[in-house]
Ligand binder design. Structure first.
Ligand code: GLU
Length: 480
């Protein structure tokens, strides 16, 4: 059975690239009836951030990426937090020492620093010179008895290492390029490089899916698998998520994390749909997918090895599609607080306004700007009245607004329909095009180049007094 794992470090931040990794791991497992495991990689104690694990749980939960085993729900391969497995790693490291595949290293920081060579531009860290590989058994025992601090290093074998990645193909690396990396640190914790291999093996992980930044370390992991005599998992490395051709999407961009995007008004479902396509192409010509559809259709073959560029415009479009598809009640629940904050005028029918807004926004944060004209008419240029396609001029608009005032003043049926019919009747009387009346009225009522609804809807929403007032204001501006 396929088993994949998401192995985030608790950094307090869910980068979109990491969430995409989690999603693909989930989809790979679920599309083949497998299990998806959550494992917390907290061996780097210096980077530990309080509350970070809850961010991981919350993000997965609202994203619909549900794990089958993990720290919060347990499972047959626990514990699922690396710091709780600390003693196991040491046991495995000692096994490698026994096998001659690893060794104790007592080198001091000063000695390691002295290995650095000065180059013209910058200090370069030289490869560890294997000083401690030649220590005798007696020397090692003496050092251990004296309680000298030590690390355990992997003894990199000679030769070359070849492996296959499902996305990047076959990769061969000369082992001479690799350092005798540290497996157990002086604080007794394993390095990430060691812990992930042990955990992936003991947790029966069949497919290791992770960012391409780990591709270059993979040969070292494979040497560890070989040293233990373990089966190497299937590797699926994912290309970086970029801001543009040359820059990775980073925390500094302000929209690199799931939390950033939610705060910007994007819906978790739309974010997930969008990132599913960030580096993967489906075999069908379709862009909007539910999670179940993704599970059905996801295929490793569709993963691209070229970097994926995060496109906020596309995400906003997709989010808008999700908003349009919501039931009105569902939409209104989320929109109401935004509307209440943006519209303070008494008596405005917020539900009606919400109905107009629902089909026109990209995110919920667009609402405020879209309805800002309700509380107060913005200052605007009279050039707004000029509409090329409707062939309106400022003089014409002035004339038509003047004609509209008495008609509206005398109208009793102040409903969208009533107002519309009255204006259409006037248009017929004047023998003009619809737009040549509706456009100036819409402009006078909103003071903006675009509005969430047309002239009669705006008039109904604002009420008779405000409508007449705003049209008169338009007449005043156009008369200047
Ligand atoms: N803890 C690593 C990270 O957060 C996981 C890498 C992996 O999936 O092996 O980047």
């Amino acid at each position: 059975m396929i088993r994949t794992r998401f192995a985030p470090s608790p950094t307090g931040y869910m980068h979109i690239g990491n969430l995409r990794t989690a999603l693909y791991e989930f989809l790979i497992a679920k599309s083949q009836g497998g299990k998806f495991i959550l494992r917390i990689e907290d061996t780097d104690r210096e980077r530990f951030v309080d509350g970070a694990i809850d961010i991981i749980y919350d993000t997965l939960k609202v994203s619909g990426i549900t794990h089958d085993e993990g720290p919060d729900i347990g499972g047959p391969y626990g514990p699922y937090v690396q710091s709780e497995r600390k003693n196991d790693y040491l046991k495995y490291a000692l096994e490698l020492i026994e096998k001659g595949e690893a060794y104790y290293c007592f080198c001091t920081k000063e000695r390691l620093d002295s290995l650095k060579t000065e180059t013209t531009e910058h200090e370069q860290i030289a490869k560890y010179d294997r000083h401690c590989l030649s220590l005798s058994k007696e020397e090692i025992e003496k050092n251990l008895e004296e309680g000298k601090p030590y690390v355990i290093r992997q003894k990199i074998r000679e030769g070359s290492t070849t492996f296959h990645d499902e996305v990047y193909g076959d990769i061969t690396v000369d082992n001479a390029e690799m350092e005798d990396q540290i497996l157990i640190k002086s604080d007794g914790y394993p390095t990430y490089n060691f812990a992930n291999v042990i955990d992936d093996h003991v947790m029966d992980i069949t497919h290791v899916v992770r960012g391409a930044e780990y591709l270059s370390s993979t040969p070292k992991y494979n040497l560890l698998y070989e040293a233990f005599g373990w089966k190497i998992p299937t590797y699926i490395h994912l290309p970086a998520v970029m801001k543009d051709q040359h820059h990775k999407l980073s925390k500094r961009n302000g929209d690199a994390s799931f939390q950033d995007l939610v705060a910007k008004g994007y819906l978790p479902k739309a974010i997930i749909n969008y990132i599913a396509l960030l580096g993967w192409s489906p075999s069908v010509n379709q862009e909007i997918f539910t999670m179940d559809e993704l599970i059905n259709i996801f295929d490793i073959k569709g993963i691209s090895k070229s970097p994926a560029i995060f496109d906020p415009v596309k995400l906003t479009w997709m989010n808008g599609e999700y908003i349009k598809k919501m039931s009105f009640d569902e939409f209104y629940k989320l929109a109401e607080p935004k509307l209440k904050e943006a519209v303070k005028t008494e008596g405005i029918d917020l539900k009606k306004l919400a109905g107009y807004v629902q089909t026109r926004i990209g995110t919920f944060n667009d609402i405020a700007e879209m309805v800002d004209f309700v509380d107060s008419l913005p200052e605007y240029e009279t050039s707004l009245y000029v509409h090329k396609k409707m062939k309106t001029t400022e003089e014409m608009c002035l004339e038509h607004l003047k004609k509209a005032v008495p008609v509206l003043e005398n109208l009793d049926d102040w409903t969208n329909e009533g107002i519309y019919n009255a204006l259409i009747a006037l248009i017929g009387e004047l023998g003009i095009k619809n737009g040549q009346m509706l456009w100036p009225v819409r402009t006078a009522l909103s003071g903006k180049p675009t509005s969430p609804c047309g002239a009669s809807e705006l008039a109904e929403l604002l009420g008779k007094d405000e409508t007449i007032k705003r049209i008169n204001k338009g007449i005043e501006l156009l008369s200047k």
